[in-house]
Design a protein around this ligand. Structure first.
Ligand code: ADP
Ligand code: MG
Length: 351
């Protein structure tokens, strides 16, 4: 059904939030050279807000009069969109605010949502300037649709909203360790993977999931979780393994431009695609999985250490505060965390 599609008005007023430090540091130049001429043709007027520091975009959208804008465009990596989503969710009028179409233009080194949207649109797998051109073209067309968000709550009382994924262990280590290679663009993840393989370690914790897959819409989604200080509901199951190399919950197809982690994922499938890697996997097997992810064929390897479960909620309780957790590629202190999907909570420009 296409009923949930909307289209941007013409002329269109776009607020562009741009991180000049994203990726190789060329977001502003690329915007002026590639994006602006295309948008001008499509009758989309832009006002560029260049961020000066972390959290700047968060504050901007939290306090902004949004009636001036038809769309909020993020020209950066996934990290800046994460700020924008959380800034919008902090507003008292969040329910209305989340109807404002968001758009991601890949300007960073981690452009997972842009790669996912390019994939959902049926475009060829591309990166760099070609991916930017494809995403700009999607903005020019102006079609927007709903996207799921995951609400995460932590033992220390944080409430976060995530559009891409939550992780712990190996994959999160690669993400954060490789930030120093941001200027290499997407290649940072390949280099980071090889480096983290050398110091491969095991993380101990408990992972709990609701039993079975609930019929979509059967329950109001809030009813899936109980407070973290209480045991999980009786119909949940605790995964028997307690030693992991990585746990990763992803809700888009791509983890990076060359990492097709959840080939079945869609913008609003109401599903968290949960992967976990059990301890005991060899470095070679781990490397094979990451290489296969370029084409999304890692599950075909039938690696006994790799598990995949589609769920609507999860709880992860690390035994000790060991390792890095990440939300949408941004680091989070390691602590108990649980999350559940909120289907169709926001809107994005998509093919
Ligand atoms: P990348 O994909 O290269 O990581 P992101 O756009 O995801 O790029 O940005 C990474 C981080 O940079 C985010 O956490 C964001 O808060 C921060 N940031 C935003 N603007 C600036 C700035 N002007 N200087 C430094 N960091 C910034
Ligand atoms: Mg980032």
């Amino acid at each position: 059904p296409r009923a949930h599609y909307g289209v941007l008005p013409r002329p269109c007023r776009a607020l562009v939030l741009l991180n000049p430090q994203s990726g190789a540091g060329r977001a502003l130049e690329d915007f002026q050279a590639v994006v602006q001429p295309m948008l001008a043709e499509a009758d989309i007027a832009t006002t560029v807000f260049v961020t000066e520091r972390p959290h700047h975009a968060h504050e901007k959208v939290r306090d902004e009069d949004l009636s001036q804008w038809d769309t909020l465009v993020v020209m950066a990596g996934d990290g800046l969109l994460y700020e924008v989503v959380n800034g919008l969710m902090e507003r008292l009028d969040w329910e209305d605010t989340m109807k404002k179409p968001l758009c991601i233009l890949p300007g960073g080194s981690g452009n997972a949502l842009a790669a996912s949207i390019n994939h959902y649109a049926g475009n060829d797998h591309v990166a760099k300037k070609k991916l930017l051109t494809n995403c700009t073209f999607i903005l020019c067309k102006g079609l927007h649709t709903q996207m799921d968000l995951v609400s995460l709550s932590t033992a220390s009382g944080k409430r976060l909203f995530s559009f891409l994924g939550f992780g712990w262990g190996f994959i999160s280590d690669v993400d954060i360790d490789s930030e120093k290679y941001r200027r290499l663009g997407n290649a940072r993840f390949t280099l980071g993977t090889l480096q983290c393989l050398a110091k491969l370690r095991v993380y101990q914790g408990r992972l709990a999931l609701p039993a079975g897959t609930d019929a979509p819409g059967a329950l109001p989604s809030d009813s899936l979780l109980v407070p973290l200080c209480q045991p999980v509901p009786p119909h949940w199951t605790v995964v028997p393994e307690e030693e992991f190399v990585s746990v990763y919950a992803i809700y888009q197809s791509h983890l990076g431009t060359n990492l097709l982690m959840a080939p079945a994922a869609q913008l609003h499938d109401g599903c968290i695609h949960l992967f976990y890697l059990k301890a005991g996997i060899s470095r070679v097997a781990l490397l094979k999985i990451f290489l296969a992810m370029a084409r999304g064929t890692h599950l075909d390897l039938n690696c006994p250490h790799l598990h995949y479960v589609p769920v609507r909620a999860f709880r992860l309780e690390p035994r000790a505060a060991a390792g890095i957790m990440t939300v949408d590629g941004e680091a989070l202190a390691c602590e108990p965390v649980q999350g559940q999907i909120h289907a169709r909570l926001c809107r994005v420009l998509s093919g």
